[in-house]
Design a binder for this molecule. Structure first.
Ligand SMILES: [Zn+2]
Length: 368
């Protein structure tokens, strides 16, 4: 039993679109209003204005500001819950202080919970609080019990609804009695311990020229004009297309790996720290290859289908150990593709050797 999210493109009618836009506005307003209130209460009276206090206050606020009553009340409630989570994260993980939500953010969304079947799925429609039945085209039927729904709008204007479901049953995949180590690379996207190299598809590079051309055209238009808006949508659509290609590639690859192996060993790569330390060319590549997204997919697919993911320490020197004799030989930079072990004289492909080491280490830590 596990959780799964189902994402649908939705086709709200005019009236529903208006209400969705209003809800985006109201949930943002409530979030910012209580962020401001919590700040003030703390600065002036040293009081933590808690979630429960916000929640009670919201009831009063809705009496004063009647327009807040026109939208999904659970959506507003979720907004102050999100604010509270942002505070908790700030206190616990010392991440940044919660920020005000800007009207200019290109991705708009709000979240609502399923209470007494307020959200349900029927005949190519999703029923949502206040909005009623919203049309979809997708044929996929959500499994399990719907927990919540996130309604969003992308920069190209399309609307989506993501249903988060729990108690979803997955058929366990048959055991293959094969295990794999994966080294994530720059030139190749991934290198498997069996010697297979999976090329980095470079979707961004394929569309780069076209994207730059569209962006140039956009920059020549008067902001806010009809032509500007058309050009803006063209840019957003192409960006969406690149991101879809990338996601599709990662989905297919992770599924193939899950189908073929029982234990999957990977390195705990800190993509963020790599982005900060290296050149711009590498930045673009790291962004393009989306390792963290790939790892996220492997994680949930392992959980769904009864496979094991073994994540080894990021400081494990996978590329410096000779997998034949265990000899450790200095730092190997990204440019060295092949090396000969000074101990046992094995000829080693840098990445395949690393993938084999990742496999061995990944299996070792499972048995500790
Ligand atoms: Zn050796």
């Amino acid at each position: 039993m596990a959780e799964k999210a189902y994402r649908y493109r939705i086709y709200p009618n005019k009236k529903q679109q208006e209400l969705i836009q209003k809800t985006f506005g109201c949930t943002r307003f409530v979030y910012n209003y209580y962020l401001n209130k919590r700040k003030e209460k703390y600065e002036n009276d040293k009081i933590t204005f808690s979630y429960n206090m916000c929640s009670k206050d919201l009831t009063k606020l809705k009496q004063k500001l009647k327009w807040l009553r026109e939208v999904d009340s659970v959506g507003l409630q979720t907004s102050i819950k999100d604010l509270d989570l942002a505070y908790q994260k700030f206190f616990k993980e010392h991440t940044g202080y919660p920020k005000f939500k800007s009207k200019k953010n290109k991705y708009k969304s709000y979240k609502t919970k399923n209470t007494n079947s307020s959200i349900n799925f029927k005949n190519k429609h999703i029923k949502l609080p206040k909005l009623g039945s919203v049309k979809i085209i997708d044929k996929q039927i959500p499994q399990g019990r719907i927990l919540n729904a996130t309604i969003s709008q992308e920069p190209n204007g399309h609307y989506y609804c993501s249903l988060c479901c729990t108690d979803v049953e997955f058929e366990q995949l048959p055991k293959t009695n094969k295990n794999v180590g994966i080294d994530l690379g720059i030139c190749d996207f991934a290198i498997l311990s069996n010697g297979n190299k999976i090329e980095n598809p470079q979707f961004y590079e394929q569309s780069e020229k076209k994207l730059l051309k569209l962006q140039r055209e956009l920059s020549r238009k008067t902001i806010g004009s009809n032509r500007w808006n058309k050009a803006r949508i063209k840019v957003a659509n192409l960006q969406k297309h690149i991101s879809n290609q990338r996601k599709d590639f990662l989905q297919k690859l992770s599924t193939t790996i899950i189908n073929n192996y029982d234990v999957i060993c990977i390195e705990d790569l800190d993509v963020k720290s790599m982005k900060e330390t290296d050149s711009t060319v590498r930045n673009k590549r790291v962004g393009d290859v989306s390792w963290s997204e790939f790892r996220r997919m492997l994680t949930y697919k392992c959980e769904w289908y009864g496979k094991t993911l073994s994540v080894i320490d990021r400081y494990y020197p996978s590329s410096q150990i000779c997998h034949c004799c265990g000899n450790i030989d200095g730092k190997k930079s990204e440019d060295i593709r092949f090396w000969i072990c000074p101990e046992c004289h094995s000829e080693l492909d840098r990445d395949i050797n690393a993938a084999i080491n990742i496999l061995n280490e990944g299996l070792r830590i499972l048995n500790v």
